[in-house]
Design a protein around this ligand. Structure first.
Ligand code: NAP
Length: 340
């Protein structure tokens, strides 16, 4: 009996034909590391997320950051040999004729833009959210010039109308959304609590707390139409009680009210959503390394961070690429899970 296996991603992985089960299993492994795939796709095929060249995460020869991945590959190899389509879907989209789709809010610059680039390089369809259409168009054109399948989505997370229009637009391009990354964030003002007013705090909450609620609520039906939906909440170590109460952490000495409390609220939202929707993975990421007191250089911090945007997006991309048996309701930084 001849088994045909097609690897027809947008990146042009090869098509193979083999004649028995052993041959098929070898061919699957061979195809996943074949140079016909672009290097980014090979990373995606094998590790689902150890992308680019991140030495801190790459000491991972046994795939320990993705303990479920090898198991999943074996399960897919064994269970779906008879159905090419089901097997490809089992592998999670990298070799799928159906592209994975992601919406990222605030993706015109900084970490959102870098997450868009990294997932786009894996062959994903990227819906690039930007509250300013011109800035968004410029950012989308940059990604398109890099070969990424990108759609600009005008999206201000503080506006119900804008979120509704964004959902309508995305729906014209896809009948499902595999991943939503609630990334857009407002820093507020680093002012002493004595100076903080409800108006100042409200503006930050409108973006950092109500924004993710608006967007998540609007996109739930599209997420629920996906086989394996994931939502990544881009939070902050500043929203972790464990960090803010640690005298060794610089943030414990910084007086501020709006931003840290908004991210603490976002963390609780993540848990409550995860509990309410067992079929959708909700996880929170902080872009830095808590143990090393580091964060990523972006406009939000006047580019004072020690990490690059690529390093800063490691936790975000990892959660976006979670396996079907991956966790939900967790909080993680670049180095792994962290206490709330
Ligand atoms: N950098 C870090 O190490 C770090 C650490 C902890 C947490 N974070 C979080 O990471 C996320 C991304 O921040 P970043 O560091 O990449 O900062 P950034 O470069 O300043 O990017 C922030 C993004 O959010 C967008 N945005 C702000 N308000 C918005 C709204 N109402 N609707 C839609 N988009 C809006 C901005 O759009 P405009 O260009 O139009 O302003 C921009 O695209 C934020 O949630 C932030 O809190 C970052």
């Amino acid at each position: 009996m001849t088994h045909g296996l097609g690897f027809r991603s947008p990146d042009g992985c090869s098509r193979l034909a083999v004649t028995d089960l052993d041959g098929l299993l070898s061919a699957v492994r061979f195809a996943l590391i074949r140079i016909q795939c672009r290097p980014e796709l090979v990373d995606g095929c094998l590790g689902r997320g150890l992308l680019d060249h991140q030495p801190a995460l790459i000491p991972n020869p046994d795939n320990s950051h993705f303990p479920g991945k090898r198991k999943e590959l074996q399960r897919c190899d064994a269970a779906h040999v008879a159905s090419r389509e089901r097997r490809e879907r089992c592998l999670g989209g990298m070799t799928d004729t159906k592209q994975s789709a992601v919406l990222i809010t605030g993706a015109n610059k900084g970490l959102g833009h870098e997450a868009a680039r990294r997932l786009g390089k894996l062959g994903w369809k990227v819906f690039l959210g930007s509250r300013d259409e011109d800035r968004g168009r410029e950012a989308a054109e940059k990604l398109a010039a890099d070969g990424i399948d990108v759609v600009l989505v005008p999206l201000d997370v503080t506006s119900e109308e804008s979120v509704a229009a964004a959902e309508e637009l995305v729906r014209t391009h896809t009948d499902r959304l595999d991943v939503l990354i609630n990334n857009a964030g407002a820093p507020g003002h680093a002012i002493h609590p004595a100076q903080a007013t409800v108006a100042e705090v409200h503006a930050v909450y409108d973006t950092n707390v109500y924004g993710p609620i608006r967007v998540t609520h609007a996109f739930l039906p599209l997420l629920q139409a996906a086989d394996h939906p994931r939502v990544v909440m881009v939070s902050s170590a500043g929203g972790a009680f464990s960090v803010v109460t640690d005298p060794e952490q610089p943030v414990s000495k910084m007086h501020e009210l709006a931003y840290s409390s908004s991210k603490a609220a976002l963390n609780m939202l993540t848990i409550r959503y995860a509990q309410a929707f067992p079929g959708i993975k909700f996880n929170a990421a902080t872009p830095g390394e808590v143990a090393n007191h580091t964060f990523a250089a972006t406009d939000m911090n006047n580019n004072m961070g020690r990490l690059t945007v690529t390093e800063g997006t490691d936790s975000i991309v990892r959660l976006a690429l979670l396996d079907p048996d991956g966790p939900s309701g967790t909080f993680t930084d670049r180095l792994g899970p962290i206490p709330w």
